[in-house]
Ligand binder design. Structure first.
Ligand code: CA
Length: 246
């Protein structure tokens, strides 16, 4: 998929006449941080301790849902038990502790370059994550100084996690932007679905085991092989967006 074709397809199915790009709505796990390996380890530990069979790989498919939603779904499947909101919250606290105990995660290679390219083009960045992982959220400003500050939507701000568009719609509202003024940057199928459903030009980046075709299937407008490739393509992509306004 070329950038030009991706933009033409986007304009066709949304009915928008142009992409007046102003804002990047940026997912956190697997986009800014190389955190998914530890998340999947922590999930399996939680489920195994509760006698529920699961695999690490399946958690890449749930990526983007809130922790509570994942817990309710897997307990229902594994034990037939309906977990209450309070129980889910408590179990998520345990999972968050397991994640924290696995040690500090690094940034995704190319994340800084992506943010630099967005800044260079004058785009405002908003963090949009289903996560409530305090140990990561607390270090965002130190790791990416001056990028997000209070411009963030987390699990605490939404009723429905991804694939519901609510997190991205809230991100758009925070930036006071319309769908055709935003790009979404995502690595997971459910996150891509949410960005697509919000009506934004949605970029998929394959930073984990999920193949490119699954991100296209979820509604990605274009998919890049890794964050460095996306960062390198960004100035050209933004030029192409601007060309739609002429
Ligand atoms: Ca993600």
């Amino acid at each position: 998929m070329t950038e030009q074709n991706a933009i033409a397809n986007y304009l066709k199915y949304t009915g928008n006449k142009s992409i007046d790009i102003k804002v990047a709505l940026i997912d956190m796990d697997g986009v800014l941080y190389d955190s998914m390996k530890n998340h999947t380890r922590a999930w399996v530990k939680l489920m195994t301790k509760n006698g529920i069979k699961c695999t690490r790989d399946e958690f890449y498919l749930y990526e983007g849902m809130t922790g509570e939603a994942i817990i309710k779904q897997i307990f229902k499947r594994g034990s037939g038990k309906n977990i209450t909101d309070d129980e889910a919250k408590a179990l998520y606290g345990v999972k968050a502790r397991y994640f924290h105990e696995l040690g500090e995660v690094g940034k995704i290679a190319g994340a800084d370059q992506m943010l630099a390219a967005l800044k260079q083009a004058g785009l405002e960045c908003v963090l949009v994550t289903g996560s409530g992982q305090k140990s990561i959220l607390d270090r965002i400003d130190a790791d990416f100084p001056g990028v997000f500050s209070d411009k963030r939507i987390t699990s605490a701000d939404v009723k429905h996690g991804k694939p519901n568009p609510e997190p991205y719609l809230k991100g758009m509202a925070k930036a006071e932007a319309k769908a055709n003024q935003c790009i979404v940057v995502e690595n997971a199928p459910l996150g891509v679905q949410a960005g697509h459903a919000a009506g934004c030009f949605t970029v998929g980046v394959t930073t984990g085991p999920i193949p490119e075709k699954d991100l296209y299937k979820a509604g990605a407008d274009i998919v890049y092989a890794d964050m460095n490739a996306f960062a390198q393509a960004l100035p050209g992509l933004i030029e192409q967006f601007k060309a739609t306004q002429q």
